[in-house]
Design a protein around this ligand. Structure first.
Ligand code: KG4
Length: 336
């Protein structure tokens, strides 16, 4: 069964074709980063307009790359939640029009479920149950995945997502948006104990995260250095990036470690844009090796937003009987 996936929840317009939820036939992503860079972050209205301009071409290109036409596609899967509402509505409205014109079934997909499903495209042996650690620009969660469409959130961020914290820290260091990749590189050459940033403690749920305190600590640190007239040389930026990353990774790994100790989870699956972070990947790999837990990492190409992951999850949602009516709405926030 071939599914055309469409994704437009933030600043990437994407289309992809996936067979039986596991085999990637094509994937096209039009990034808006160059546009939003000018503003230091995503401007929602500009994002919606850019999706409107790109979505037809991206979809056509995904079909061409797979050497298919719409007649060869069995269903259309589209991200309906969560995300920027105008951006989501652009993709959803386009998908509805396509479904209406072709008579193909329309399948609604939750963006975070999609991030997790990216792993099905590269790990043929991966099947639920497992624990998913989702670390993205808009979300940081620990999710128990008991079936392809059976999700239970065990922990989540109380404030900023890890990606948001990376982007804000990068911004105060004068790095271009989105700062995650540059922070990753800088952290590799800095000293992780140069600045005393500490992971936050969260009460009432040991699996919940918090990153806003860490973000504020970096902002205050940079302001204090500026006040003292200290120029932020590359080495100082690298030390800040390394110390920040160390505290952020420790925040995450402590929760995962606790969870693996207390449950008999057979596997851990990493997902989301921040899953590309080399320091997080190394720390989680080391943890899983120590605990004897199988670890599945998405390739860097499938960490950020893409439509292949939406088509992959769309296959399992379709199998479970999920269909979007032509009155389907989009939602800025939604439980997984
Ligand atoms: O998953 P994603 O595309 O967005 C959502 O679905 O929310 O993640 C984007 C986020 C951005 O905040 C970006 O800075 C971060 O992922 N990111 C990274 C790295 N690559 C991307 N953060 C840290 N290290 C990286 N290597």
């Amino acid at each position: 069964m071939r599914i055309l996936g469409l994704e437009s929840s933030c600043d990437e317009t994407a289309a992809a074709v996936v067979e039986d939820g596991r085999t990637l036939l094509s994937s096209v992503v039009a990034s808006q980063i160059e546009i939003h860079k000018l503003y230091g972050g995503v401007v929602p209205e500009i994002a919606s307009r850019a999706h409107t301009e790109a979505i037809c071409g991206v979809t056509r290109s995904a079909l061409e790359k797979a050497s298919l036409s719409m007649a060869d596609v069995d269903a259309i899967a589209v991200t309906v939640e969560p995300g920027l509402i105008g951006a989501l509505l652009t993709g959803l409205s386009f998908a509805k029009g396509l479904a209406c014109a072709t008579g193909k079934p329309l399948v609604p997909v939750h963006h975070i479920r999609g991030h997790i499903a990216a792993n099905y495209l590269v790990h043929p042996q991966l099947e639920p149950p497992f624990i998913a650690l989702v670390v993205s620009g808009g979300d940081t969660s620990l999710i128990q995945v008991d079936g392809y469409t059976d999700f239970k959130r065990i922990g989540q961020t109380r404030d900023d997502a890890a990606g948001e914290a990376f982007d804000k820290a990068a911004r105060v260091l004068g790095l271009p948006y989105p700062g995650g990749v540059m922070m990753d590189k800088l952290a590799s050459i800095g000293r992780k104990d140069a600045f005393p940033f500490t992971p936050a403690t969260v009460h009432n749920n040991e699996y919940d995260f918090s990153f806003s305190g860490l973000k504020t600590a970096v902002i205050n640190c940079v302001h204090n250095l500026n006040l003292r007239g200290q120029t932020l040389e590359e080495a100082v930026k690298a030390d800040i990036a390394a110390s920040f990353t160390e505290a952020l990774v420790r925040t995450i790994v402590t929760r995962v470690s606790l969870l693996l100790e207390r449950t008999d989870a057979p596997a851990l699956v990493l997902a989301g844009g921040v899953a590309a972070n080399s320091h997080l990947r190394a720390a989680v790999s080391e943890l899983c090796e120590r605990k004897g837990c199988a670890l599945y990492l998405p390739p860097l190409s499938l960490c950020g937003d893409n439509a292949a992951m939406i088509a992959a999850q769309g296959y399992y949602e379709f199998q479970a009987g999920s269909r979007a009516p032509l009155s389907q709405n989009a939602y800025a926030t939604a439980s997984v």
